[in-house]
Write a protein that binds this ligand. Structure first.
Ligand SMILES: Cc1cc2nc3c(=O)[nH]c(=O)nc-3n(C[C@H](O)[C@H](O)[C@H](O)COP(=O)(O)OP(=O)(O)OC[C@H]3O[C@@H](n4cnc5c(N)ncnc54)[C@H](O)[C@@H]3O)c2cc1C
Length: 400
């Protein structure tokens, strides 16, 4: 392989123009750092991303970061839905664990925004930054790390080099593997089916999370009289739900959810996601860092994946800004990022996985235990306040 000279066009090469990679490019530009974002998909698909069924619940801290980056202002206002309350139920039991934004002194627990709008906003913001270059049809197929720089090989034969390379190429990150960084993978053996559904009654900003025997159903309040239905099922059950025609799907959803929102109708396109959580063994090594799902890929039940992506972007950009221009300061900056990101994410990663395993295990002891957990939590307002604080991410500062 030919040795590429360090390319001083970019301070950072970012692999992956997902919502994390693009947000990082904007944050670095605000800190005066030049970056090139390499994306295997076409530029056209980045400018107008297809609807992918993911509706992203954003915390207060994530919103502040998006505002600082100028992404929040680019989201269509009529597509942002406040999440005012969340109600968690165990099967058909009448026991319900509520989380209320007002009780915690907030207007909302968080906000729900369709993922394709976040992606479009991130791309538009990156395009407006003179210090950011976004290249489409640029699949990265090789990485080589030297003392003075890291270089990336593209499928088209080109090589690019910079003092730092950042992997933002999804939870199944190729770059992470090429860098020799391992990851814990937890396959839940479940598939999430996500789909918009309209309903007769107003949802009043309430999210419902219902844990049934063998499957879970969340109904997340979106703009207007519609919710985002998130079903998690065993693979074979998922195939059966996906095969249903629209009417039968709406009827089955109604049978599972009941009539809290009146008649459910007009389901949109269904999207399926296999549920696998990932946690990289390291978030940084010399000349390489991981952000977004490449660092931490969360189960969606606690809605933290992209929020963590933004917290990581915020921290990494702040540390790189401090190290700016001084190569000797780069590795300490990466280590500081890795330490802080691990401290922020690991407890919630482990907690989320424990909750998912407890609530998807249908053996009798687990069913009894989760009833007891919900009952205990509903009787202990400080526990609810603590969880609400975690959910909102309130009280954690954004980069000044
Ligand atoms: C059903 C569902 C619901 C969710 N709900 C929430 C929620 O409520 N709240 C929340 O915070 N998060 C949620 N998430 C998580 C959130 O969607 C992810 O955390 C987020 O999209 C990750 O962004 P990313 O940029 O890290 O990765 P991705 O969006 O996966 O982007 C990676 C990019 O890298 C590119 N790429 C990959 N390999 C290469 C390569 N070799 N060369 C060049 N480019 C490459 C890909 O084409 C892609 O564009 C949810 C996820 C799912 C599946």
């Amino acid at each position: 392989m030919n040795e590429a000279p360090p390319c001083r066009e970019s301070d950072v090469l970012i692999v992956g123009a997902g919502p994390a990679g693009l947000a990082l490019a904007v944050a670095l530009a605000q800190a005066g750092l030049r970056s090139t974002v390499l994306e295997q998909a076409s530029l056209a698909s980045l400018a107008a991303p297809a609807e992918d069924g993911r509706d992203i619940a954003l915390t207060h801290r994530a919103r502040r970061i998006l505002e600082t980056l100028g992404l929040w202002q680019r989201l269509p206002a009529n597509e942002i839905a406040p999440l005012r309350q969340a109600q968690v139920r165990n099967g058909i039991s009448s026991l319900m664990l509520p989380f209320d934004a007002r009780a915690a002194g907030h207007e909302a627990l968080g906000w729900l925004v369709p993922n394709h709008h976040i992606r479009a906003a991130a791309h538009a913001a990156a395009l407006d930054e003179p210090l950011v270059q976004v290249r489409g049809d640029a699949q990265v197929v090789g990485l080589s790390v030297k003392d003075t720089h890291a270089s990336l090989q593209l499928a088209n034969g080109r090589t690019l080099a910079a003092p730092l390379v950042v992997a933002a190429d999804s939870r199944f990150s190729t770059l992470r593997r090429m860098a020799g960084i391992g990851a814990r993978l937890l396959d839940f053996g479940r598939t999430a089916i996500v789909c918009r559904v309209a309903h007769e009654r107003d949802h009043e900003g309430i999210a419902h999370e219902c844990f049934f025997h063998g499957h879970t159903l969340a109904m997340l309040p979106m703009a207007g009289r519609q919710s985002s239905a998130v079903l998690t099922l065993r693979g074979d059950q998922a195939a059966a739900w996906l095969a249903l025609d629209e009417n039968s799907f709406a009827q089955r959803l109604q049978a599972a959810f009941g009539d809290r929102l009146g008649r459910l109708h007009g389901p949109g396109l269904r999207h399926a996601y296999p549920l696998v959580a990932t946690y990289a063994h390291r978030f940084a090594m010399p000349r390489v860092a991981l952000v977004g799902d490449a660092a931490v890929g969360m189960h969606p039940v606690t809605a933290h994946g992209y929020n963590f992506g933004l917290y990581g972007v915020d921290t990494l950009a702040r540390e790189l800004a401090r190290a700016r221009g001084r190569d000797a300061a780069l590795m300490p900056a990466l280590q500081a990022y890795a330490r802080e990101h691990r401290r922020t994410t690991l407890p919630i990663y482990l907690g989320t996985n424990a909750i998912v395993q407890l609530f998807t295990n249908d053996h009798t002891p687990a069913r009894l235990l989760r009833g007891a957990v919900l009952r205990a939590a509903s009787l202990l307002p400080p526990v609810q306040a603590l969880i609400t604080r975690q959910l909102t991410g309130a009280g954690q500062p954004a980069r000044p």
